[in-house]
Every structure is written in structure tokens, then in C-alpha cells.
Design a protein around this ligand. Structure first.
Ligand code: FE2
Length: 321
């Protein structure tokens, strides 16, 4: 008997898929009813750390279900069981610090769909793992769908070999406009002062440069940030040589506050973007959140998003190197 089997029972969840022979997500339950307490879970994760991390790379997502994890303090203990370094969030989402390594997930209005993305895809150093904890499951909607990124790349190469080749060769350029004041009426409403942690323009520019961005100040006090060239796809060590769709073209193309073009300024055809959006949705996997669920995502392999939700919903997050 393999060692981990004394600590976890493999299960299933409604909505899981089998991709390339692997169940996504891998669902792990307590091995028996009296082993679902936090102490047993943390001890099991510490004992089986290497196995768990291997499974996360193999299956891209792991759902811990049926354990007695109640709040941010408990969740933080689970996160810290692995001893991985924290990575500070940089980006447009409004988030609040809750406890130690635990933050609220995007606090944008629950009625909005947060589009699929690799966490911090535009920042030089993005997290390897995104870990989510469901404290209050939504009554309806509010799933966290995720998408095997290599499937998107495969299908785009199959359907649009020429366009993909051109985008790969030229690279991509993104622009994003941040307003000056915090405006939580939109999930894109995080002001630049908050995004860069300063209200000093010179300092903000310095920090933007460090992240590889150029800035253009606007008459209304906002700022347009320009990034590029950025890659269309990437291949990461240990992921079976899979080419990941590691970009945010669909999320930023032709939007009110953002754009995505090729790095030389040429347009990405709208029909290519539209079809990519359909493919991403077709490849999407989701389950219904239950109280106490903890979801581990391999951020280098999966895109994730958030469906519109009825209140209340409280999902917390930690990100790791
Ligand atoms: Fe996210």
C-alpha cells in the first residue's frame, strides 16, 4: 500500500473531467470519518507533501473535500503545511488581507463574470500555485471554473496555425487603463495608487518599470500602462512539454479599459479572439463549492475565473511561489 493511502481517500465530484487520462480535479477526502479534523489534515499534508505536489502537477487541480476547515486561520495552517514561499499579489483586483497569508479573492461585484486568466500572467514572477478556500458557499452560481491551458493552445494551433505563428513570432502588447480613485463599482476599478502601493507618480513609474511596464499619464489623472512584447504561449518544466496558452488576449482584447494587439501594433483578428473564447469555455471544468472545500490549482497549467454569483459568497485565496 502506498503511504498516502492511509491519509486520503480518492473521490469524485460532479463536473470533473478526464483530460489526457487524468482526473481534473483530483478529489481527496478523509480516509475515515474520524480523520477529517484540521490537525489530521495538516499532519497528512506534511507527511505526504512530496506526493501531494507531484499529484498537483500531474492532475493540475486537487480538491480537498470533507475536512473540517472553518475559517481563514484554519486555511492558513493548511497553506503553511507545505512551506512554500508566499508571493504578493500585483494586479487590478480589489482584495483585502484577512489573516497571515490569506486574502479575500476578487471583491468585484458578484454579478460580474471574472474572466479566465492565469494568476498574474502579465507579471514577471507569477505564482506556481493558487489555493482557494470556500468559507461561505454561494447559494447559486459563483463557481470557480478552470481550463487546461494546453488544450486551448492545441486547439488554437489546430484551427489557426497561421495566426498563432504570427502572434508567437511578433509577441503581444497589452494596454490597461487604471483610473485614479478606487472605484469598487467595477472589478477593474482598482486605482493606480492602490495597484502600485503609492500615490507618488514618480514612485509608481519606478515600480511599474520593475514589473516591465511603461506608463502614460492621462489628463483625467488616470494612467495607461503598456506591456510588451509578451509571449503568446509558454512551456514550463515538468508539465510534459505542454505548450500553455499563457496570455490574456481574450480577457483584454477590444475592451473599454484594455487592449491586446501584436507587439508591432497590428491587430489580432476579432474572429480569432472570438473562437478562442469559445474554445476556452468548451474546455472549462467546474464544480459546485461546498463549505470547507480547498482547491489547489497549478497556475502554470490552468486558467481560472469566477462565474456570476448570488450572495453571499466568501472564497479566500493564498498564492505560492
Ligand atoms: Fe484569479
Amino acid at each position: 500500500m502506498e503511504v498516502w493511502k492511509k491519509d486520503f481517500k480518492v473521490g469524485e465530484c460532479k463536473g470533473q473531467k478526464t483530460v489526457d487520462g487524468e482526473q481534473i480535479p483530483l478529489v481527496l477526502h478523509p480516509p475515515q470519518a474520524d480523520r477529517g479534523d484540521l490537525g489530521s489534515l495538516v499532519a497528512a499534508l506534511k507527511a505526504d507533501k512530496e506526493w501531494f505536489e507531484e499529484m498537483l502537477i500531474k492532475n493540475s487541480a486537487i480538491l480537498l473535500r470533507g475536512f473540517d476547515v472553518r475559517n481563514a486561520e484554519d486555511f492558513n495552517e493548511v497553506v503553511e503545511a507545505f512551506g512554500r514561499d508566499d508571493i504578493r499579489y500585483v494586479g487590478p483586483a480589489p482584495r483585502t488581507h484577512v489573516h497571515k497569508r490569506v486574502w479575500t479573492a476578487n471583491e468585484g461585484p458578484l454579478s460580474e463574470f471574472i474572466y479566465y486568466h492565469h494568476e498574474m500572467v502579465l507579471i514577471k514572477e507569477c505564482p506556481n500555485q493558487v489555493i482557494l478556500f470556500c468559507e461561505v458557499p454561494p447559494p447559486e452560481g459563483g463557481q470557480t471554473p478552470f481550463v487546461p491551458s494546453f488544450r486551448v493552445a492545441e486547439r488554437m494551433i489546430e484551427e489557426f496555425p497561421e495566426n498563432v505563428k504570427e502572434m508567437e513570432e511578433k509577441g503581444l502588447r497589452y494596454t490597461f487603463t487604471a483610473l485614479s480613485k478606487d472605484d469598487t463599482s467595477s472589478m477593474r476599478g482598482r486605482g493606480w495608487e492602490d495597484a502600485f502601493g503609492t500615490s507618488d507618480r514618480i514612485e509608481a513609474e519606478k515600480r511599474a518599470k520593475a514589473l516591465g511596464m511603461d506608463m502614460e499619464w492621462l489628463p483625467n489623472g488616470g494612467v495607461k500602462t503598456v506591456l510588451g512584447p509578451r509571449p503568446l504561449t509558454r512551456v514550463f518544466p515538468g508539465r510534459r512539454g505542454r505548450r500553455m496558452w499563457f496570455n490574456t488576449v481574450v480577457g483584454m482584447h477590444g475592451k473599454e479599459l484594455s487592449s491586446a494587439t501584436m507587439a508591432d501594433g497590428s491587430e489580432i483578428p476579432a474572429d480569432v479572439v472570438k473562437r478562442c473564447e469559445e474554445i476556452i469555455e468548451e474546455e472549462s471544468i467546474q464544480f459546485k463549492w461546498e463549505k470547507g472545500d480547498i482547491l489547489f490549482l497549478d497556475n502554470l497549467a490552468l486558467l481560472h475565473g469566477r462565474r456570476p454569483s448570488l450572495p453571499p459568497r466568501r472564497v479566500l485565496v493564498a498564492t505560492c511561489k
